[in-house]
Design a protein around this ligand. Structure first.
Ligand code: ADP
Ligand code: MG
Length: 736
């Protein structure tokens, strides 16, 4: 027997299983040719400095470049010129609208479109775009999370052009829109978005790094940037199956579903050959991203079935953050063209690996030196060690803030689940660097200059050995991989901005402190003075370095002994935002004003609560509408058989009786669980103190949802497959 709902499942399976691979026709903006090489059309839909150079004078572009990296205001005259040239460029490609494209604190992007079309004074239709419109727009801020920064009666928010990230054309089936990367600030200039703090942190890091470099003898450094290369993991699932899973649609993750006998245990998926349908999808994604100037480099299957990854070539951190938002957006939209849905939840399938974003991060100067690259000689290595020490100091001092930066309801399922780094923030350095740090910090009766001599010799070996020592520790949240750090604990659905922001801020603060100490010791420091600061810093902060197995129970005990924080749930992980340590530092380096930090806490806490409540309510609905009805149908069918047999031959086989009993018992249990779930939701709705509610949810909701799930998943095993309406794990994961 099947029910109509279950019939829908079988229909969806048939649809999903018989899809053909989508072929797409490549288009290249308004470039004339077909079959261009990537390098020939890369960035054809972007309007950055190179395009400006074609339309504006060299001196105008020089001013714009400066405007992009400093606080200097732009004259309206120049803004008008840029606006004119970008409108011309965009219109030549068929764009009809423009929008300020910004990043409110929702993890996603926002856009409000305005037409170039206007009426002139005489009422004649014209196309127009002014410098004023380019620089600033005024969306109603009241519908975006602000965490109390903006009083409700003061709804005004402003978006302001971020000239350091190129404008781009977003194509849709029926037209193009010019997107202007923008900041989002309140009437009083408070940050309402993710980009403003990121830009402030980049500027803080620039100041402290340039100063450090000057002290280290690099007098001609003009500026320093943070670089970032975020590897993006995601799952894909067939749209028809997805549409039958309310949990995937509303909560982004499966709240129910029995693990299939075959998951990822055969280890045959990672780097496995990519299924044609997925490869076609990836290729189209890359094509769209190339046009937008996103330098996609790597694509591959990830560990879990139907899990994939893409990685770009690294860029300056601000552009990389914008580009990662575009990656997610393009993955989402192009997936639909292939009748797929891309899932970015950190743990869409319980029992199977989740998805993260490995944010590779480093610091580079204006001539492209990577400051975390061990050099070829001891002098360069001193610079390297100075920045390394500053990073270690930052991670140790602000481990709680960095943990906060990756906190989300989704990431709670992933951190520490023995597939992703634990919630304890530590640094992995690798054998070579660990040896260097150990030698530097163990006095062993030698004077510093004796050690320096010995280490200078040793340091000369660093580059060769360090390079093949990269990325071998998957259990570390913050791993040194040869010439950069990899912040591996960031969630797949998160914007990378907060993690970059707080990392940049903490490193800037560490550098400032080290610079002060160094300057005080000697305004013209010698190598030995510098080395002393490095060694003292390492000594003070090396407790955060850990090269062992981050999954092991021993590490948890050891970390506790070292005094390293282990903040397991989001409400706990957000607490650093209420503490003076983080607040003071963020104010000092100019990344946040104090009340902005409070506001971020409120936004994040509220979001956590909302996400969990959506999960609880979706689960309640699914149990009520899908699982229990299927169970009841099953029980009644079996019961009827038992009765019929008893009537016909006087008795029913014991096995059938047993089956009936199991199914009926489980159904009864599930019904009780459902009521319990309902009561919990009621209780929660009556608590208005948000921190209290969040703590209650963190303490009770996961256990409760897990226990409901356990009974439901057990029922899934016992119930006639023909009655089960929810696509099963095996179908979601393998029918592609
Ligand atoms: P690994 O195998 O160690 O992860 P990859 O070369 O595959 O190294 O790089 C992974 C990501 O790190 C890529 O996105 C890459 O562009 C980025 N990356 C490389 N160098 C840097 C750097 N200096 N700063 C930031 N990101 C970087
Ligand atoms: Mg990597």
């Amino acid at each position: 027997m099947t029910t109509t709902r279950a019939v829908a499942r079988f229909d969806a399976l048939k649809t999903a299983g018989s899809r053909s691979t989508r072929k797409f026709t490549k288009s290249y903006g308004n470039l004339p040719s077909s079959n261009l090489k990537t390098s020939e059309y890369f960035g054809c839909n972007t309007f950055g400095f190179e395009q400006m150079e074609k339309k504006l004078t060299a001196s105008d572009v020089a001013v714009l470049r400066e405007y992009a990296t400093s606080d200097k205001p732009l004259t309206l005259e120049l803004a008008n010129k840029v606006a004119d040239s970008v409108r011309e460029w965009a219109q030549a490609r068929g764009a009809t609208h423009y929008c300020h494209w910004f990043q409110p604190q929702t993890g996603a992007t926002a856009e409000k479109h305005d037409a170039f079309f206007s009426l002139d004074r005489k009422g004649n239709p014209v196309e127009r775009f002014t410098g004023k419109e380019l620089i600033q727009s005024e969306p109603d801020a009241s519908s975006f999370p602000s965490g109390g920064v903006r009083a409700t009666f003061e709804a005004r928010g402003y978006t302001a052009w971020d000239a350091s990230s190129p404008m781009f054309l977003m194509e849709s089936e029926n037209g193009l829109t010019l997107c202007i990367p923008s900041l989002f600030i309140s009437y009083n200039g408070d940050a309402l978005d993710e980009k403003t703090p990121l830009l402030r942190s980049i500027s803080a890091l620039n100041k402290s790094s340039v100063e450090a470099l000057k002290l280290l003898g690099h007098q001609d450094t003009k500026h320093v940037i943070a670089t970032a290369g975020p590897e993006q993991e995601y799952f894909v699932v067939d749209e028809a199956l997805y549409n039958l899973r309310p949990d995937l649609m509303l909560a982004g993750r499966t709240l129910l579903g029995r693990n299939p006998p075959r998951g990822q245990q055969l280890e045959d998926h990672y780097f496995g050959s990519i299924k044609p349908r997925i490869l076609a999808f990836m290729t189209e994604v890359e094509h769209e991203l190339y046009k937008l100037g996103v330098p996609c480099k790597t694509r591959h299957n990830e560990v879990a079935p139907s899990q994939c990854e893409m990685a770009p070539i690294f860029e300056n951190a601000n552009v990389a953050a914008d580009h990662n938002q575009l990656v997610v957006e393009v993955l989402r939209t192009v997936a639909r063209r292939h009748n797929l849905v891309a899932l970015f939840h950190e743990k869409p399938y319980a029992g199977i690996n989740g998805s993260g974003k490995h944010v590779n991060w480093s610091v580079a100067d204006n001539v492209g030196h990577n400051l975390l690259e061990p050099g070829d000689n001891p002098f360069d290595n001193i610079r390297f060690l100075y920045f390394l020490a500053a990073t270690i100091k930052a991670v140790n001092t602000h481990a709680r803030l960095l943990r906060m930066s990756i906190a989300s309801a989704g990431n709670d399922f992933r951190l520490g689940a023995n597939e992703a780094p634990p919630a304890i923030i530590s640094c992995f350095l690798g054998d070579t660097l660990t040896e260097v740090v150990t030698k530097l910090t163990s006095a062993g009766g030698q004077s510093l200059s004796e050690r320096a001599k010995q280490i200078n010799l040793d340091l000369a070996r660093v580059p060769v050995i360090a390079r093949d020592n990269t990325d071998r520790n998957r259990t570390s949240p913050f791993a040194f991989t040869g010439n950069k750090f990899e912040f591996r604990a960031v969630g797949a659905s998160a914007s990378i901005s907060p993690s970059l922001t707080y990392l940049n801020a903490a490193v800037a603060d560490s550098l400032n402190e080290m610079n002060d100490t160094l300057r005080k010791s000697n305004p013209k420091p010698s190598n030995e003075d510098i080395l002393k600061v490095i060694v003292d810093t390492l000594n003070e902060h090396k407790r955060v370095c850990f090269d062992g197995n981050g999954y092991g129970a021993e590490w948890h005990a050891e970390a506790e002994r070292r005094g390293l924080p282990n903040l397991r749930t989001t409400p706990d992980a957000l607490k650093p935002l209420k503490e003076p340590l983080a607040k003071t530092m963020l104010e000092k380096v100019g990344v946040h004003k104090g009340h902005e930090v409070d506001a971020r806490y409120n936004v994040k806490l509220e979001r956590y609560i909302k996400v969990r409540m959506i999960e609880l309510e979706t689960l309640h609905e699914m149990i009520s509408n899908e699982v229990i009805p299927a169970a009841v149908s099953h029980v009644s069918v079996v019961a009827k058989s038992v009765t019929n047999l008893k009537m016909a031959i006087g008795k029913a086989p014991e096995a059938l009786d047993a089956q009936l009993k199991t199914a009926a018992d489980l159904t009864g249990q599930l019904n009780e669980m459902k009521d319990k779930l309902g009561r919990f939701i009621d209780e929660c709705s009556k608590i208005h103190d948000e921190p209290k509610l969040a703590d209650k949810i963190a303490l009770e909701s996961i256990t409760l949802m897990d226990s409901v799930r356990k009974v439901s998943d057990e029922l899934e095993l016992h119930i006639d497959d023909g009655l089960w309406s929810l696509p099963k794990y095996r179908e979601l994961l393998y029918v592609l």
